[in-house]
Each structure stands twice: as structure tokens, then as C-alpha cells.
Ligand binder design. Structure first.
Ligand SMILES: NC(=O)c1ccc[n+]([C@@H]2O[C@H](COP(=O)([O-])OP(=O)(O)OC[C@H]3O[C@@H](n4cnc5c(N)ncnc54)[C@H](O)[C@@H]3O)[C@@H](O)[C@H]2O)c1
Length: 437
């Protein structure tokens, strides 16, 4: 009689294991599609009825996932989507991709993981491999998740195999899920082996680490590395502005060194679901263990001051033209938090829009990826980017460097430009009217 481990091993190897993905967002949906394309039968489960409705109609709200791929997989019966937890009982592999935001108090909010894990514990039919992908504090998988399984008498390595595998998706980046190397760390060695085998069926490279804690902490290091280096670039931009040196040229010059330097660029701040919050998870966790990390909090402070810095530079620019910010007409290019995506969560561009508006500027935005957005007590709608809309603005603020924007036209028609992304460097313009971060 094969053991539970051997049964799962065989099912995964033959791609006969049924897979369920919980949370069909920026992370879960591309993964569900990849597993289905690799030959698994996949059920996607999400509490948001709009997302389920869209997917069932063959529409896709994540720009990196082609709607045609969803339609083909639905039609072939390889992918199904549901708003109910019951179908989880048919899955032998369950992957959890729910949000892990910060609370208002800036403490980790693990409530989404908690509730998803409770649903799994209620529904799962052993044996099953359960993998957490949501970024979280070290010890969540072998702590809270394991405890919730054991509370309903599910035994490790007999009923349940448990692992953590951090998602490394990079929205807007052509490098898709398949090509990005994946870390896995199990709560037990058998869990690690099953998770490694599972991902190896769909992805190019899978790296096993010794525990779920190492995998959890590695994800936090990756994003801490980014938050700190972005903060260094941002502080350097402020420093260069103070001493009258072009920060962009300095970074490119230093970037010519083939070793020991990796260029990071300044910008209007950081946004999205990962970089602003993940390092805070680590900082919070370290503090609760009695260790006071200094670099993360400092980096977070520096980055969070950037939107206000942009607003103050725009005000200076207008002031030099004898215009107050109040009543000035400002056209902002971009509200997404980074280029070529439609995600406005924690977007510094949205913060700039809100701050300018609160100072009395007459603000409009154009974003080819975001038709409308709510924030700062207002509902905003993207305006068309036309010669007239550019010409009539007292200042154009480039907050997000989307590629499909006619910057040549903007450079030709705008009176004043504040460029927080250095897109104007590559565009011929009369330099006098462009101010860069
Ligand atoms: N977005 C990124 O670029 C990115 C990159 C790497 C890691 N991550 C991490 O991945 C995780 C997911 O992020 P995301 O960007 O995909 O979030 P998202 O908000 O886009 O998607 C999460 C989905 O989970 C659903 N959901 C929430 N609770 C649920 C539950 N109990 N049952 C079923 N569905 C539920 C929500 O309705 C939502 O559709 C987070 O921990 C995030 O930090 C995100």
C-alpha cells in the first residue's frame, strides 16, 4: 500500500493531481494559468464575485495574462473558477495567494491568510500538499498555518504536506512566471520534495531551501534589498539637487563599473502591494523578537517623503513662472505605481495627484492603463492626451513612465514639465522647460 507521500508524488509527476489556487489576483491568476497550461486541471477560487464573473466571461483584469489564454483553458476544461470553497475538497495541491497588506497601525495583517487557511482546513480531503505563496512574517507556515491544520486533526506527512514558496512575479515585466526561478521550503523534508516536484512540472527552475522559514525570510530580504537601494537612489537625488549635479547622469556614470555596483533609480516614491509593505513585515517581526532593525524604517521614511518632494518641486517650478500652485492647471501623466501596469495600490503617483489637488491645483491625469481611480476623497477619470490638453496645462507632471505615451508630442506642446522618471532624457525638447527629479 503506497504511503500518502508516494500517492501524491505519483499524482504530481503524472500531472493528474487536481490543483486549486486560492486568490486570483496579480500572483494567483498567472500561476493558475501556468499550472493549467502545464497540463494540470486547475480550479481558481476567489471571494471577489466581480473577478469570478469577469473570468467566466473570458475577460481578464490582469494585464500580464492574455484573456485569450483564459478562454482557451476554460473551454478545454483545464481551468475552472469558483467563488465557493467546496471544490477545494477535490484538490490534491492547494496554493494560497491571498493579500498580505499592512493594518492602519502598520502591523502585518495576516487575516486573509488566516481565513484562507481555515477554508482549506475545513474543505481539504487528505492527503494534500498545501503551499503558501503570500508574502508573510517568518514562521507563519510552520506556525499559524500548521497549527490551524493540526487543530482539525490533520497530521503532517500523513494528511497534509505544507510548504512556503514566495511569489516573485514582476507585473509588466515580459519575463513570465515560467522563467522566474522559484524557491520552495517545506515544513518537513517530504513537504519540500513534493513542493519542489510540483513546481518543477510547470516552471523552468525550482530551488529547494532547508525550511519554510528560510523561504519566507528570503522573500523579505529580496524586497528589503529593493526598498533600501531605492531609498539610497532617492536620497541621492535629493542630495544631487541640493549640490546642483544631475543625479541621472551620475548613476549612469557609476553604472559603467562592471562589478560592485548595481544601478537603482530615483522616482516619485514606491507603491504596489510588495515593496512598501513586505520589509515592514520583516521589521515588525524582528522588533517582536527584540531586534531593532534601522535600515528598513529609514528607507521607508525616505521613500515615503518622495511624493511631497515632487509636489514641492512642482510648486517651485510654477513659482519661477510667477504662478501659485493654487488654481494652476496641472496635467499628470500616470497614476499607476510603475510603468506599463494598471495597479494603483499605494501608488505614489496617486498621492502626488491628491496632494496637488489639496493645494488647490486644477489637476487632471492621463494614464493609458487606468481609466479611473478613486483616492483622496475623489473619483478621477483619465483624460485623453491631446495637443490641447497638454498645451492648456500650466505644468505637466510625469509621475509614471508608461511606454505607450506620446512623450514627443508632450515635449513639443507643454509649457513646463516636471519629470520624476527621467523619460525626457531620451526625447528632444527645449531643455529650459523641463525639470527632472
Ligand atoms: N502583486 C505583486 O507584484 C506581488 C509580487 C510578489 C508577491 N506578492 C504577494 O502575493 C500575495 C498576493 O498578492 P496579489 O498582488 O496577487 O493580491 P491581489 O489583491 O491582486 O489578489 C488577491 C486575491 O485574493 C482574493 N482573496 C482574499 N481572501 C481570500 C480568501 N479567503 N479566499 C479566496 N480568495 C481570497 C481577493 O479577492 C483577491 O482577488 C501578497 O502576499 C503579495 O504580497 C505580490
Amino acid at each position: 500500500m503506497p504511503t500518502a507521500y508516494e500517492r501524491l508524488l505519483a499524482l504530481i509527476r503524472k500531472r493528474r493531481a487536481r490543483v486549486a489556487v486560492i486568490g486570483l489576483g496579480y500572483v494567483g491568476l498567472p500561476l493558475a494559468v501556468r499550472f493549467a497550461e502545464a497540463g494540470f486541471k486547475v480550479t481558481g477560487y476567489d471571494l471577489d464575485p466581480r473577478r469570478i464573473g469577469d473570468l467566466r466571461r473570458g475577460k481578464c483584469y490582469i494585464p500580464d495574462v492574455p484573456a485569450a489564454a483564459i478562454r482557451a483553458l476554460l473551454k478545454a476544461g483545464r481551468l475552472s473558477v469558483t467563488g465557493r470553497g467546496e471544490p477545494l475538497s477535490q484538490a490534491q495541491v492547494i496554493v494560497i495567494c491571498v493579500p498580505t497588506p499592512l493594518q492602519k497601525s502598520r502591523e502585518p495583517d495576516l487575516s486573509f491568510i488566516c481565513s484562507a487557511v481555515e477554508t482549506v482546513a475545513e474543505q481539504v480531503k487528505p492527503p494534500a500538499l498545501v503551499i503558501l505563496e503570500s508574502t508573510t512574517t517568518p514562521g507563519t507556515t510552520d506556525g499559524m498555518v500548521r497549527e490551524k491544520m493540526e487543530a482539525v486533526k490533520l497530521k503532517m506527512d500523513r494528511d497534509i504536506f505544507l510548504a512556503f514558496s514566495p511569489e516573485r512575479i514582476d507585473p509588466g515585466n515580459a519575463l513570465g512566471v515560467k522563467a522566474i526561478p522559484k524557491l520552495v521550503g517545506g515544513v518537513t523534508p517530504q513537504s519540500t520534495r513534493l513542493a519542489h516536484l510540483f513546481y518543477s512540472q510547470s516552471l523552468d527552475r525550482v530551488i529547494a531551501v532547508s525550511s519554510s522559514r528560510v523561504a519566507e525570510t528570503a522573500k523579505l530580504l529580496e524586497n528589503t534589498f529593493r526598498i533600501i537601494n531605492i531609498a539610497l537612489a532617492n536620497e541621492f537625488a535629493l542630495l544631487c539637487n541640493a549640490i546642483g549635479v544631475d543625479v541621472w547622469e551620475v548613476i549612469d556614470a557609476a553604472g559603467s563599473k562592471p562589478f560592485g555596483f548595481m544601478p537603482f533609480y530615483p522616482g516619485p516614491g514606491i507603491g504596489g502591494h510588495c515593496i512598501p509593505s513586505d520589509p515592514i513585515y520583516l521589521s515588525w517581526h524582528a522588533k517582536s523578537a527584540g531586534f531593532e532593525p534601522r535600515m528598513i524604517d529609514l528607507a521607508s521614511q525616505i521613500n515615503s517623503q518622495m511624493p511631497e518632494h515632487v509636489v514641492s518641486r512642482v510648486a517651485d517650478l510654477l513659482n519661477a513662472e510667477s504662478k501659485p500652485i493654487k488654481s494652476s492647471k496641472i496635467l499628470q501623466l500616470g497614476v499607476a505605481y510603475k510603468r506599463n501596469i494598471n495597479d494603483t495600490r499605494d501608488s505614489p503617483a496617486l498621492e502626488i495627484l491628491g496632494r496637488l489637488s489639496r493645494k488647490g491645483a486644477r489637476v487632471a491625469y492621463h494614464d493609458p492603463h487606468v481609466a479611473q481611480v478613486r483616492g483622496y476623497g475623489k473619483q478621477w477619470r483619465s483624460v485623453p492626451l491631446t495637443r490641447e490638453s497638454v498645451r492648456s496645462a500650466d505644468c505637466v507632471v510625469i509621475a509614471t513612465d508608461h511606454q505607450n505615451v506620446d512623450y514627443k508630442m508632450v515635449a513639443k506642446e507643454a509649457r513646463l514639465i516636471f519629470d520624476a522618471r527621467n523619460v525626457m532624457q531620451a526625447i528632444p525638447h527645449r531643455r529650459s522647460k523641463v525639470e527632472r527629479l
